[in-house]
Design a protein around this ligand. Structure first.
Ligand code: ATP
Ligand code: MG
Length: 332
């Protein structure tokens, strides 16, 4: 049986990168796969969080999933901390993961910054917890943005190492699904950095909850170069900011970058930005309206998360029991 697992951290509000690189793809995949979507609150702890804000963000990300089109009747939606098997399997897998594999992870280097000695152990071990998130459900497919490719390769390596060590095909090797035109949306302020929730500048990203005026302001302030839009998509290669805005437009419009350029070639960015604002507002306004409606009944969100946690726990606990039997951990 094919099963997908994916998640987002409740670190601030979701942005256009999360939506175009992952969430939108989840919505179309839920028809083909048994789907498990997590709000990965334990991952959020790898950097300092305010407890009340973390709690609020967990509910808001849940609302964003549902508002974007994830059906809580058909899919399992829950928060990671509610299913203890994630943490238990993370420990077991960390004992099967050479430190050399983790030393290669580029996200740790970026997030730890200059003072690596002060970074939390959890930030370093994060990819092992991510492997556990996926493997505890024996998920076969993992739809993510391009930035998670390296972590997913590590999850495959860990699964393969476990299978070889215990001489059985227990874990399927999870397939990354990096889909669509916008697998790596870049910051609006710097075309060489990815759009991130953790970027301190709110002008670097468009949040799913931004209103029309905020979207207009952010797009107007977005960095570009003085050249007009080119005729050919290849001519965007050395123009990261221009490339990013055209990528966002084409992904939102569901057309190729070349089709977008066929409409705007030769125009200045000021005109194109107006069209981009209109499109972004048209696509995001229904999501934020629905999010606001859902957030007005927190009890209902908590109910959905509770039902999801029960379903997730049933699968995860059974797999964890098998894993304990395989490795010789007594279950009295
Ligand atoms: P943080 O800065 O806290 O790490 P984030 O913006 O990177 O936040 P995550 O919660 O880490 O978001 O990632 C959730 C999902 O969104 C993942 O599948 C990730 O690959 C995807 N994603 C994140 N940023 C982008 C982006 N800029 N473009 C495309 N996909 C993205
Ligand atoms: Mg991230």
């Amino acid at each position: 049986m094919n099963r997908i697992f994916s998640g987002m951290q409740p670190t601030r509000q979701l942005h256009l990168g999360n939506y175009l690189g992952a969430l939108r793809n989840w919505v179309s995949l839920q028809d083909q796969f048994e789907s498990i979507f997590c709000i990965v609150d334990l991952h959020a702890l790898t950097l300092p969080q305010d407890p009340a804000v973390l709690l609020g963000n967990t509910r808001e990300v849940t609302a964003a999933y549902i508002a974007a089109g994830i059906d809580p009747e058909r899919c399992v939606i829950f928060n990671q901390a509610a299913v203890a098997a994630h943490s238990e399997l993370a420990w077991i897998l960390s004992c099967h993961t050479p430190m050399g594999w983790l030393n290669r992870m580029t996200q740790f280097k970026e997030k730890a910054g200059k003072h690596r000695e002060n970074a939390a152990l959890g930030l370093y071990a994060y990819p092992v917890l991510m492997a556990a998130d996926i493997l505890v459900y024996k998920a076969t497919h993992v739809p993510v943005g391009e930035d998670q490719k390296q972590h997913l390769e590590l999850a495959r390596d860990i699964a393969g190492a476990f299978n070889r060590n215990y001489n059985q095909e227990f874990f399927p090797l999870p397939e990354p699904q990096i889909l669509g035109e916008a697998t790596r949306v870049m910051s609006l302020r710097d075309g060489t950095k990815k759009m991130s929730k953790s970027d301190e500048s709110d002008y670097s990203r468009i949040n799913l909850t931004d209103d029309a005026d905020t979207i207009a302001l952010k797009v107007r302030k977005a960095k570009t170069d003085p050249e007009p839009l080119p005729e050919k998509a290849e001519d965007l290669e050395k123009r990261p900011e221009a490339d990013n805005l055209v990528t966002i437009y084409s992904a939102l419009a569901d057309i190729s970058k070349q089709d977008a350029l066929d409409q705007f070639a030769g125009q200045q960015f000021s005109g194109f930005k107006g069209a981009l604002v209109d499109l972004a507002v048209a696509k995001l306004a229904p999501i934020s309206t629905e999010m606001n409606r859902l957030m007005s009944d927190v009890g209902e969100i908590d109910r959905i998360l509770r039902i999801g946690a029960d379903k997730a726990n049933a699968i995860a606990a059974a797999n964890l029991a098998d894993i304990k039997d395989i490795i010789g951990l007594l279950r009295p």
